[in-house]
Design a protein around this ligand. Structure first.
Ligand code: FAD
Length: 452
């Protein structure tokens, strides 16, 4: 008889795990709460094409996603292109593409530029993240990159990414981040990847492949509770009361949900999981008849802006793919205690749009044709000092109960690629030994998988 696996959560972690397990002859059911599979990778229709709710690109060293793309026969849709980066500081846009651009960055002195270059090289190429879990990134950067550099570049960037948690982020996370960004550079230029037609193309092909292997894909099946008896998980129950039994259950949903589900019957596991906090993200997407600039990715490092990044998608993927329209994301991460977490879409638009003119003086509201706003409360885990101690074992103390989610990405930056890595590790931990997903630069899936 085939082994039965129920996967809870149909984002890329759940779907990749379903793919790997089904290829090994496991009978898989995926339970997804929403009307679409894909979680944070979901897309919508815009200007005759599809686009991610949240900007997405890949890196040249992302071996795991390349593997999946190849498995699904999508190599011809994958493109890698040079990207253009900038920093808005002291009321000006500075290019930040080549090492020589650093020389033109006037907010910091020549000596500080040298310290910035050397400390960045150390973090991206030499440092071992394990040595830096107990020290905050800002503390280390003030010392080694200099106070002015930290104030003008690193503080605003961490603030944008982590809001009120910026000062708690360990240097270990920064090591993962710098390593990722530096490995995708060739001769100083950074190449980024994208799938023609958006991640919709990947999700569609993955879902078709799962269907062809008879994986049961059940959308609008939100799990409401979990039944555990004598340290063994018996079933999960979805809204409406239908229950699902299996030999193994893999939970890929955010940790804060799990903590609630296990409260009664696995109190120890529940309180351990309850230590992980998430923060949210909002993207305001502008469909325009004119571009804002020539930069793909602009980090806004001046104080007083309600968004931290302007990502002009059509400076990366040509507007020809979008009936000539120009598309830009205004992005901001937020803590759940910030007012942004409670604001509705109209209020967020009204908060963000007036600030665009400060960066792009020629900008007028007339160039906007449509606005779309997408928000999530589980954009990333708050990885604070010693976060490795908050990462649960994938194989838990409850028989048959496995967890693989964003916790396991640490110390790396969460990404599609790293989710596939974690899914592959989870399949191994569940005993599906023939996992052929290649490993490259990903630091994910190193913690929580030692009992295999
Ligand atoms: C703003 C932003 C920008 C990003 N940029 C990039 C990028 O450039 N490149 C990149 O590679 N990655 C990027 N990412 C990260 C990437 O999207 C995530 O790492 C990845 O999608 C996480 O997948 P997941 O399956 O682990 O989680 P999720 O996508 O969160 O999936 C979890 C799934 O569980 C489902 N679920 C929740 N509750 C229940 C329930 N009760 N029952 C059943 N199902 C449930 C959810 O609906 C969801 O589908 C970005 C993310 C954000 C937010």
């Amino acid at each position: 008889m085939k082994e039965k696996l129920v996967i809870i959560g149909g984002g890329i972690t759940g779907l990749s795990a379903a793919y790997i397990a089904a290829k090994q002859g496991v009978e898989v059911t995926v339970l997804e709460a929403n009307s679409d599979f894909g979680g944070l990778l979901n897309t919508f229709e815009i200007a005759g094409s599809r686009l991610e709710y949240f900007y997405h690109h890949f890196f040249t060293h992302d071996a795991e996603i390349m593997w999946l793309i190849k498995e699904l026969g999508l190599e011809r849709e994958l493109i890698f292109k040079n990207s253009s980066m900038g920093v808005f500081r002291d009321g000006k846009i500075f290019d930040f593409n080549k090492p020589s651009d650093l020389l033109k960055f006037s907010p910091i002195s020549l000596f500080d530029k040298l310290k910035f270059g050397l400390s960045s090289l150390y973090l991206g190429k030499i440092a071992d993240w394990k040595a830096y879990e107990k020290v905050t990134a800002l503390h280390w950067l003030r010392k080694w990159a200099g106070t002015t550099t930290t104030q003008s570049l690193w503080e605003p960037l961490l603030d944008i990414k982590f809001g009120p948690y910026a000062s708690e982020i360990p240097l270990a996370w920064m090591v993962g981040r710098m390593r990722q960004r530096m490995s995708s550079r060739e001769k100083g230029d950074e190449k980024l990847g994208y799938l023609r037609g958006s991640l919709y193309v990947l999700l569609k092909a993955l879902i078709n492949a799962l269907k062809s292997m008879d994986v049961r894909l059940l959308r609008e099946h939100p799990v409401k509770h979990v039944e555990i008896e004598k340290d063994t998980i018996k079933k999960v129950v979805v809204e409406g009361g239908t229950s699902f039994k299996a030999d193994k259950f893999l939970f890929t949903v955010p940790t804060n949900l799990l903590s609630k589900w296990f409260e009664k019957e696995a109190a120890g596991l529940s309180s351990f999981l309850g230590k992980t906090e998430y923060f949210g993200a909002v993207c305001v997407i502008l469909e325009m008849n004119k571009k804002l600039s020539d930069t793909y990715w602009l980090n806004v490092a001046d104080a007083g802006f309600p968004f931290g990044g302007v990502i002009e998608h059509t400076n990366f993927i040509s507007p020809r793919n979008y009936r000539g329209k120009h598309i830009a994301y205004l992005s901001r991460y937020f803590a759940m205690k910030e007012t942004l977490a409670k604001m509705d879409k109209k209020a967020i638009e009204a908060l963000m749009l007036p600030h665009l003119k400060k960066i792009y003086p020629h900008f007028t509201m007339k160039q906007i044709e449509n606005i779309y706003v997408f928000k999530t409360n589980t954009a990333a885990t708050v990885c604070d000092l010693n976060f490795s101690q908050k990462v649960p074992f994938c194989k838990t103390e409850i028989n048959g109960l496995y967890i693989a989610n964003m916790n396991h990405i640490y110390p790396d930056e969460r990404s599609t690629n790293n989710s596939i890595r974690v899914a592959a590790k989870a399949c191994k931990a569940m005993g599906f030994s023939d996992v052929k997903v290649p490993e490259n630069a990903s630091l994910s899936g190193q913690i929580g998988f030692s009992i295999e």
